[in-house]
Design a protein around this ligand. Structure first.
Ligand code: ZN
Length: 478
């Protein structure tokens, strides 16, 4: 307990005590407590006859922590064998996540991981996201390193913004440069659109490439032309962003992931090889590539598709990644329990796995457990907002399969989170739920939700520990 001479008392987070600096919990907020000479900004208080600074969790104080304790700053971790991104949309999930990575210490976390879409929907900045992770890392004494991913950034401006904010990883989303129309073209149409590229033809056309492990990649004329039409602009974009933004004066500022997953077109092995080989030939140093796998990776529910086909394709994608020396990155990994064993096996334990929204679902499950009346309100609002939310996310949710909430008892509400349609309903409406306002301008749900999550933070951490822990266990094949 930390007591001030004016009669206030704060619980000290035991794991946070480092060189006389620690974090303490007030009734509704946490504070850093430190000697005045350490440079934190805050209120001067006296405790046990000594002057201390009671410092709020501000950006300036996060910077101070990072300067004093380098392990509270994100670093480049993608060269470690096993890494996992766990986006925290609410800024409250890292306490639970840290428990997972203390237990499964062979996996290194990327605690901060937000896309521009998520930042917009939650009204946060990259700095907010990284600061929340810094404070959680300090609060829990997590000293073994973590990364910060500017996830699904698309333009030079977005990449620069992520880097300036301190991201240590850039996931470049090339989906806008990938031509999704090519898969639907006939051979004659492909030939009509193809512009002769003698340089690439000399390298690939009617050539075979041995990537080892019994995998050979070859390009006949049609596959070659289709691949060029689909991916060449994306490759040019990645080269441009890498050399003009991710690198400054020849120094690489962050780990670099090339994402070609958010497209309609599943990435054929030959196309993955082509993208990787072109990036390597043009000297782009990549840590990870996110191909678009077969089947569906919808938000918040298990994989939809053929598991054997997935395993067979993963084996080839992983062989290609090993040939070039980077890791496969699996996106939308929340709750994809059925593919984790083969992903762990075929990547031979070198992978990057991204999960994001599932911690929001666990937070809402907590609401259903603790405040059924509030949950009912949010649920009904989500039903009314669902259609608007589908503009941002591709899901196959059937609202008719969600039981009518008025027919459920309070005890049955948490069971809604075992229903895929219900999960997706809550999953994709998060931005609207958090930003919905009353007529007087106050938030309709946001403040009540955050209060509940703070009051029940121990239980929230435990829920996440269990749920994300299952992900870790499955991909580690334990
Ligand atoms: Zn993705």
């Amino acid at each position: 307990m930390f007591r001030t001479s004016d009669g206030r008392s704060f619980d000290i987070y035991r794991e946070s005590v480092h060189d006389g600096v620690f974090m303490a919990a007030g009734p509704d907020k946490d504070f850093i407590v430190a000697e005045p000479s350490l440079g934190f900004c805050g209120e001067e208080v006296v405790s046990d006859g000594k002057t201390r600074i009671l410092a709020p969790l501000s950006h300036a104080n996060a910077d101070r922590l990072r300067a004093l304790f380098p392990w509270t700053a994100p670093s480049r971790v993608l060269d470690r064998d096993k890494t996992m991104g766990v986006g925290d949309r609410l800024g409250i999930a890292a306490d639970g996540h840290i428990r997972v990575f203390k237990k499964y210490s062979e996996i290194t976390p990327v605690f901060a991981q937000q896309s521009i879409r998520e930042l917009t929907l939650t009204n946060r900045t990259f700095s907010d996201v990284i600061d929340a992770a810094t404070f959680a890392v300090f609060r829990n004494g997590f000293t073994t390193g973590w990364g910060a991913d500017g996830d699904h950034v698309k333009t030079a401006k977005e990449v620069a913004y992520a880097l300036e904010s301190g991201c240590t990883m850039i996931t470049l989303d090339c989906s806008e440069q990938i031509d999704n129309t090519v898969d639907g073209l006939s051979k004659a149409q492909v030939d009509a659109r193809y512009v002769k590229n003698a340089g690439l033809e000399a390298l690939y056309l009617n050539k075979s490439f041995d990537v080892g492990e019994g995998v050979t990649i070859s390009f006949d004329e049609e596959l070659f032309r289709r691949t060029v039409l689909i991916y060449c602009k994306a490759i040019d974009h990645a080269v441009d962003i890498f050399f003009n933004t991710v690198c400054r004066d020849g120094v690489q500022l962050a780990d670099f992931e090339v994402s070609i997953d958010e497209t309609m077109t599943p990435t054929l092995p030959a196309q993955h090889f082509f993208v990787a080989n072109e990036l390597a030939r043009r000297k782009v140093r990549i840590s990870t590539v996110a191909p678009r796998f077969c089947g569906e990776f919808q938000k918040g529910i298990d994989y939809i598709g053929d598991l054997e086909q997935f395993a067979a394709e993963m084996k080839i994608h992983a062989a290609i990644s090993r040939h070039f020396g980077y890791k496969i990155s699996i996106h939308s990994g929340s709750d994809k329990f059925s593919i984790f064993p083969s992903a762990g096996k075929e990547t031979r334990g070198r992978f990057h796995l991204k999960t994001a929204g599932t911690n929001w679902l666990e937070a809402m499950k907590l609401v259903a457990m603790k405040d059924p009346a509030l949950y009912r309100e949010v649920h009904k609002y989500a039903l009314s907002a669902f259609k608007a939310a589908t503009a941002y996310y591709h899901v196959t949710t059937d609202l008719n399969r969600i039981p009518c909430i008025d027919n459920l008892t309070d005890d049955q509400l948490p069971g809604l989170f075992g229903n895929n349609d219900s999960r997706q309903l809550i999953h994709i409406t998060y931005g609207l739920i958090l930003s919905e306002k009353n007529a007087d301008g106050s938030f309709r749900f946001r403040d009540r939700l955050y209060r509940l999550w703070r009051e029940n933070r121990e239980e929230y951490a435990q829920l996440l520990f269990n749920h994300i822990g299952h992900h870790a266990e499955a991909i580690l094949q334990k």
